[in-house]
Design a protein around this ligand. Structure first.
Ligand code: FES
Length: 169
């Protein structure tokens, strides 16, 4: 075979092998490594509802789902918030996880407080302060803004069981 032709064939084979390895190898490598380099969940803005439709004077629970990744496994998780407004203009929003150990709490209409059933933590409706029980701090408030008539909430989680409000990244 002509030496020039042999060199050309060797080069073409090498390039084609490298391309094939890249096409197959890169997605596989990325799938394995992506959890290691993925960004922390941190704060994310969610649409909580249309302000004009929101009832005032009573707390409203809003749940939403989001995709979560645990190492290489992807799944769906339900998150929650409690909204409260007395005038339909100023909103107080709490993360729906109890600050003690993360249980989901409800609203006790008779007593007018939030009640966590796990260890009977009680929280004030308007301020989120601890009224009774073991929670080490008041409910975690979340930042809000109104855009195009919708209430947006900066959802994030905070460490449980500690006195300071420390964001989970
Ligand atoms: S988890 Fe809420 S009081 Fe313990």
């Amino acid at each position: 075979m002509n030496p020039a032709r042999r060199s050309f064939l060797r080069l073409a084979t090498a390039i084609s092998s490298a391309l094939s390895a890249g096409l197959v190898g890169w997605p596989t490598l990325r799938a394995f490594l992506s959890p290691v380099f993925s960004e922390p969940a941190g704060e994310r803005w969610i649409k909580a509802g249309e302000v004009a439709q929101m009832e005032t004077g009573v707390p409203i629970r809003v749940d939403f789902t989001e995709t979560v990744r645990d190492a290489w496994v992807e799944g769906r998780a339900t998150r929650g918030i409690w909204l409260y407004s007395e005038d339909g203009e100023a909103f107080t929003v709490y993360n729906a996880r109890c600050t003690h150990l993360g249980c989901s709490y409800g609203f006790d209409k008779d007593r007018g407080v939030f009640h966590c059933p796990c260890h009977h933590g009680l929280f004030d409706l308007r301020t989120g302060a601890v009224v009774d029980g073991p929670p080490p701090r008041g409910l975690d408030t979340l930042e809000t803004r109104v855009e195009d008539g919708f209430l947006l909430v900066a959802y994030r989680d905070f460490r449980e069981g500690v006195a300071d409000k420390i964001p989970v990244t």
